[in-house]
Design a protein around this ligand. Sequence first.
Ligand code: RIB
Length: 301
Amino acid sequence: MYIYNFGSINIDYVYKVDHFVRPGETLACSSVTSFAGGKGYNQTIALARAGASVKHIGTIGSDGRGMVETLTQEGVDVSNIAVVPDLQTGHAIIQVVPDGQNSIIVAAGANFATGREFVEKALKTASSKDFLLVQNETSCVAEAIEIARQQNVKVALNPSPMDKKILELPLDKVDCFLVNEEEAFSLSGFKDAPESVLGKLHLQFPDACVIMTLGSDGVIAIEPTGAVSRADAYKVNAVDTTAAGDTFTGYFLASVTNGESVKEALEIASAAAAISVTRPGASPSIPYKKEVLDWLRMQRK
Ligand code: RIB
């Protein structure tokens, strides 16, 4: 089985600052570094490092070729990544403050140039054994979900970054939602305790699994059967939280499709995300599965 990840590929420019820049302020940074990122790209790296077979679908400009080479080295099928030389690869401007929190501006660039026909072709051989994973940083997300469902491919949605477009997607065709608290509030139109919001989402999408991350309060999930699972967050010294959610998404999906229970998948994904925040950058911070399992063993001792 394959996980087809139709997702963004960005060049991240990370500025270390002592506070987020305020309106009207000019702020000097202590360092600037560039990393390979994009929610789609990070999730593909996490899936691959977690042991899944991944096919990435997306579009870049010539300036993104190096990132595609990295995906190849990670064992990812890159035959459905289009290179459009006239376009610029997507990029992100990321401020990171001393406690590791970030704020991000994204310029879509080539990520918005993928057309329906390209997605159709990329998913041509996908079948009911496979999953399509999508986020909200590319064009044609709705079309991709429709095409997948026509072929009985299961669909996982990480509605990030959340905006109005998400609510216009064919959400009834999604099998697995991976959301943070804010995204859960927007999807459900309901702001309450996490358990209540999760219950509301279960009523809205009874055939889907809903995974809701709660930051330092861990994660809760509900399956179509109504079974609820939880996992605690791990306490670590955060350096850069960029891609923690992406690491979680990739590791969770790779683990459940590899036959782990939802509870076990939540624990593995939480551990992977915890490790990722202890390192700078987006995709380079994502650990390999062996490290995650060793780390988890130590935590459980
Ligand atoms: O989730 C983190 C990612 O969001 C960054 O890598 C950046 O590119 C933006 O897409």
